[in-house]
Design a binder for this molecule. Sequence first.
Ligand SMILES: [Zn+2]
Length: 244
Amino acid sequence: MPRQGLMAASGVVLARTRMGESGLWLTLFLKGEGLLRASAPGAESGHVRFGGGTEPFVWGTFQLHKGRAGGICLSGVDIADDMLPLRKRPRALYMAVRWARLIKRFLPSDYPADTLLANLYWNMRLLSAPSVPPAAAEWRFLWRWLEDWGLAPDLNRCARCGRVPDVPDRVMWTEDGLLCADCGQNTQGSRPSFTGKELGLLLRTAARDGESVARAFEKDESLKKNEALFALAARCAEGLLYEK
Ligand SMILES: [Zn+2]
């Protein structure tokens, strides 16, 4: 953003906290800018100054003013997508809050991350789709994030011997990548494990575009039974972000 003056950028409100009696502090995630904190004076006063544009997970174009001292102030919002279906679905909203926390934790301030921003948008759209278990959207979001940052392990073969797991074979998820039953024999402690078939479903869900994923879940009701699988895989993927 310029050192001083006006700018506009598209993105999302990730979080907000109160500022004084009627103002807000917003954490924005913006295209070309990354994470940025902006004040929104009067956002909570009687007249709705920003027309709902300061609600968490609202996407739009944010007009900002940077003062001489470096403080950034919101001057207007053009809402592009209010994500109302997501915000009305408690489980989806819970996931979105978790994603926002992870981004705030792992993305440095003022570091543009447009691929992550697009990944966030499309998976928030997926969170809004009633046919898709929220955990599946979470897995997809986290896996794509790992891929974008070069942190994703190879899920197609054993990290030690290179064996490709068959559909019924179980492989262990470890911090060094997947291990087949033979290579993982002496691994200490219990590790999450997946069958070759489950890995196939996880990879397909992550690789397909959002609309195809939503359609696949609509067509095949039995896919919804895999919520626990997606949740476990999402925890594994999240663990890799903490290890980086
Ligand atoms: Zn092996």
